[in-house]
Design a protein around this ligand. Structure first.
Ligand SMILES: [Ca+2]
Ligand SMILES: [Ca+2]
Ligand SMILES: [Ca+2]
Ligand SMILES: [Ca+2]
Length: 416
């Protein structure tokens, strides 16, 4: 019985991709915060949207420090960078590839930047931790800090969030050596000279490999802690201040990447896809392939034939017919085909099939005016069963031909 193939050609509507930067995502009221990672080795961001999708794009250069904040007060947090080598901040108001839309000098080498809404006007601005002293600004510029105070000890990691849900962000510090985090809800209570932390909440966080972040993971208006742990690269997010067990865990990214958190708004739209039939009428087709730069499509049938689709038509007669050499029962048949990367000049291609005896063969052919001619067997492997024989074959970027074989098959896979 002939199976009917419908060759489906996937048309990506690229308009969305060509339309330039994604417009600022719409704010989602009461939406939970999401997490992201920045690869400081190459300046690439990886943001995780509520539907689980990752959005990856380049913004920044190696060595930059990532920040997320709502710089334009529209409810959506977007990317920013602190470039320690120059002391500059670079802000964008959309989460996509591009350059900074606003930049200004901020801080000196060794400062650790943070972002937050210190005055409760729904606009995020910046701050830095210098040793054990914080400097926070309520405007996005180089002006003198509006608030400064001491918290923690040199070497602490700063974080920011609205831990009591009053609409104003405050800061905390995480001390990796003791795995302790100190949260503060009233910045005016903090001393103008250094000392031990004066914290409203102190808790043990977990993991000497942890970087602490804060966010509203459950959308209730209160920010709570989360950690990004590097081994393995995992976010562990808690919805209360104080419980040692995470409520949500995400594993993605790489250990050296730097975590961020914020309200990312609606995810960017997916490209629209459509399907259209290119050709049909084939018998158990397994593969469509073509030589490099060749507009024809070569359709490989399990029974041993290779047919050509050219300009939308199936050419009469097969390009190659190995039906008499191939056993095509069970999972056997003509299972793979690969054109030599230099087929345009040497006319070589390769086929992978199970022969009449049921054993695997990879055979080199040379195309020519009289049709393809076998040059020789490249690989011969005996097969103990009629299933799990393989067999995709493909040239790698290294110019080598890779052959995929199965585990020998048989009931219960006794050979593999
Ligand atoms: Ca914004
Ligand atoms: Ca503000
Ligand atoms: Ca607060
Ligand atoms: Ca919350």
């Amino acid at each position: 019985m002939r199976n009917r193939l419908v060759l489906l050609f996937v048309l990506a509507v690229v308009a969305a991709l060509l339309a330039g930067p994604t417009p600022g995502a719409a704010a989602v009221e009461g939406a939970p915060d999401e997490v992201g990672l920045f690869d400081a080795a190459n300046g690439r961001w990886h943001l995780r949207y509520p539907d689980g999708r990752l959005s990856s794009f380049y913004f920044g250069i190696p060595g930059d420090t990532p920040l997320l904040g709502d710089w334009d007060c529209d409810g959506v947090d977007t990317v920013a960078l602190y470039r320690e080598s120059s002391g500059f901040i670079y802000l964008r108001n959309s989460n996509d590839f591009g350059i900074g839309e606003q930049d200004f000098f901020y801080g000196i080498p060794g400062d650790v930047p943070i972002a937050g809404d210190w005055d409760g006007d729904n606009c995020d601005t910046l701050g830095i931790l210098r040793g054990d002293r914080f400097f926070l600004s309520n405007t996005l510029d180089t002006s003198v800090a509006d608030i400064d105070f001491y918290l923690g000890i040199p070497g602490d990691q700063p974080f920011a969030g609205d831990f009591n849900g009053d609409g104003k962000d405050t800061v905390g510090v995480y001390r990796a050596a003791t795995q302790a985090a100190y949260f503060v809800n009233d910045l005016s209570s903090l001393p103008s000279s250094g000392g031990v932390p004066t914290a409203d909440t102190a808790l043990w966080v977990a993991g000497a490999d942890a970087t602490l972040i804060a966010g509203d993971w459950d959308g209730d208006g209160d920010d709570t802690p989360g950690v990004f742990r590097s081994t393995p690269s995992t976010f562990r997010l808690e919805n209360t201040l104080g419980q040692p067990v995470p409520d949500v865990t995400y594993t993605f990214g790489k250990s050296a990447w730097l975590p961020v958190a914020g309200n990312l708004g609606q995810p960017p739209p997916l490209p629209e896809l459509a399907l259209s039939t290119v050709a049909d009428g084939f018998d158990r087709p397994l593969l469509v392939t073509a030589p490099v730069g060749d507009a024809r499509l070569f359709v490989v049938e399990k029974g041993g034939r290779v047919l050509i689709v050219q300009d939308g038509d199936v050419l009469p007669g097969p390009f190659l017919d190995l039906s008499s050499l191939v056993s095509s029962g069970s999972e056997q048949g003509l299972l793979g085909m690969a054109f030599h990367p230099a087929y345009g000049t040497n006319q070589l291609f390769y086929v992978h099939y199970t022969n009449i005896a049921g054993d695997s063969r990879v055979v080199e052919y040379r195309d020519g005016p009289g049709g393809p001619v076998a040059v020789g067997t490249v690989l011969a492997v005996d097969q103990p069963a009629t299933n799990h024989n393989g067999g995709m074959i493909q040239f790698g970027p290294d110019g080598r031909l890779y052959v995929a074989l199965g585990d020998g098959g048989g009931g219960g896979d006794p050979f593999g």
